[in-house]
Design a protein around this ligand. Structure first.
Ligand SMILES: [Zn+2]
Length: 368
C-alpha cells in the first residue's frame, strides 16, 4: 500500500485544472524529446511501482481507491511504451549481473506490484503475457488465498459505508471528525491511515477491530472474497515468468513492530513463497515504504533474512552500488543502497504524458 497524499491537496489540484507536474509531463512526455531523455534522463534503472489495475468507477469504489494505479487500458498503453523504450528486466537479471560482475543495463526497467491483489492476475497478467514482459509481484503472504481485508481497505470501507455524520476519535483529535460528504470522508480516511502508520502495530490492530462498531457498520464475512491472489494463481504466473518477492505476512509498518515479529514477517513470508512456487525469493518490498516506515534495524533484518535486494517507496532512480561515486549527489548515494532501492510511482490520475515524462526524464521529474 502507498503513503496517502493529502486529500485536500488533490482536490485543489482538480479545481485549478492542470498541476505543474501535469504541464511538465505534457511537455517532457512528447515523443520529440524522448531521445534527449535517453541522454539526460539519468543512468540508473527505473523500478515502476504499481498496486492495483482496476476498471471500477472510483467515485463509488468501496475500498481504498488510493491503491488503484491504473485502468487496464492505461496499463496496456504504459506497457507498450516501456516495451518500446526500455530494457524490461527482473530482479533475477540484476542478481545475475552482480554475479557476473557486469553493469546493470543502461535502459533497464523493472515492473513491480505491491500487496498481491487478485487484479494483478486477472487484469495485469494477460497484458504482461501478451507483450512478453517480465514483472515482479510483492506478496503479503497472510492474505494469499484468504478472505481477509488489508487494514487500509477495512478503514476505507468502514468510513465510506457509515451512516454517521461525524465520529469522535479521541486518539486523533478532541474534536469530532466531519463525515457529512464524500470529500470529508476521504479526508477522514487519510487522517486515520496516517495515524495508523505511526502507532505500535498492536494499537493499530485493536483500533481496527473496534472501528466497524464505532461507525455502526457491519461487514459481511465474505467481504474480501476473491480480492487477493490464490497460491494457484501465483504458481500459474510464476511458471509464466513472473517473479515473486515478499511484502511480509501481515503488512505491518516495520518500524512499529518488535524484533521477533520483524524476523517472522521477513523470514516466514520468504519461505512460504519459496515453498509454494519452488523459486528463490530475492527481493523484499517495505510495507508503506517511506524512510521512517522502516529503519536501520529493518534493513539489517532484511539482509539477515537472506534477501539480495529491497525496494522502498521513496521516488528516484536505482543505481548499482558499485557504480556510485563522488559524481552522484549525496542524496542519491544514500538512496541507492541495494536494500533501499527507490521506485517511480504510477497512480490512476497520472496522464499518459506524465507517465512517459516520469520515465524518460526520471532524474528531473521524480519527487517534483
Ligand atoms: Zn503494500
Amino acid at each position: 500500500m502507498i503513503p496517502r497524499r493529502d486529500a485536500n491537496a488533490k482536490t485543489s489540484v482538480q479545481r485549478k485544472g492542470m498541476s505543474k507536474r501535469d504541464i511538465a509531463g505534457k511537455v517532457l512526455g512528447s515523443s520529440m524529446l524522448r531521445s534527449i531523455g535517453r541522454l539526460v534522463g539519468g543512468r540508473g534503472i527505473r523500478i515502476l511501482a504499481y498496486h492495483r489495475i482496476l476498471d471500477d468507477d472510483l467515485t463509488s469504489f468501496e475500498f481504498d481507491s488510493g491503491v488503484v494505479s491504473a485502468t487496464s487500458e492505461a496499463f496496456y498503453e504504459q506497457m507498450r511504451f516501456v516495451r518500446e523504450n526500455f530494457d524490461v528486466i527482473s530482479f533475477r537479471d540484476l542478481w545475475q549481473c552482480e554475479k557476473d560482475g557486469r553493469s546493470w543495463p543502461a535502459q533497464g526497467l523493472i515492473i513491480t506490484f505491491d500487496d498481491g491483489y487478485r487484479d494483478n492476475y486477472t487484469n495485469a497478467f494477460p497484458i504482461l503475457r501478451d507483450l512478453k514482459l517480465p514483472a515482479s509481484i510483492f506478496l503479503t503472504t497472510g492474505h494469499i488465498g484468504e478472505e481477509k481485508l488489508f487494514w487500509w481497505d477495512k478503514a476505507a470501507l468502514c468510513f465510506k459505508r457509515s451512516a454517521n455524520q461525524s465520529i469522535l476519535i479521541p486518539e486523533l483529535s478532541g474534536e469530532p471528525i466531519n463525515l457529512t460528504d464524500k470529500e470529508a470522508r476521504n479526508i477522514a480516511i487519510g487522517r486515520v491511515l496516517d495515524w495508523i502508520k505511526r502507532v505500535p502495530d498492536e494499537t493499530k490492530e485493536s483500533f481496527l477491530a473496534g472501528l466497524p462498531e464505532r461507525l455502526g457498520v457491519v461487514l459481511e464475512s465474505d467481504i474480501a472474497f476473491a480480492m487477493h491472489l490464490s497460491w494457484d494463481e501465483v504458481r500459474t504466473m510464476s511458471e509464466a515468468g513472473i517473479e515473486f518477492g515478499s511484502h511480509t505476512i501481515t503488512h505491518p509498518v516495520l518500524s512499529n513492530v518488535g524484533p521477533e515479529r520483524l524476523k517472522d514477517e521477513l523470514v516466514l513470508s520468504k519461505s512460504a513463497i519459496e515453498r509454494e512456487t519452488g523459486a528463490p525469493v530475492l527481493v523484499f518490498a517495505y510495507p508503506v515504504g517511506r524512510r521512517g516506515n522502516f529503519n536501520d534495524a529493518s534493513i539489517a533484518a532484511v539482509k539477515e533474512a537472506g534477501y539480495s535486494f529491497a525496494v522502498s517507496y521513496d521516488e528516484g532512480l536505482a543505481y548499482q552500488q558499485s557504480a556510485i561515486d563522488d559524481r552522484q549527489p549525496a542524496i542519491s548515494r544514500e538512496q541507492t543502497n541495494r536494500f533501499t532501492l527507490p521506485r517511480i510511482h504510477v497512480e490512476a490520475d497520472h496522464s499518459a504524458s506524465l507517465f512517459r515524462a516520469n520515465l524518460t526524464f526520471s532524474s528531473l521529474l521524480v519527487g517534483a
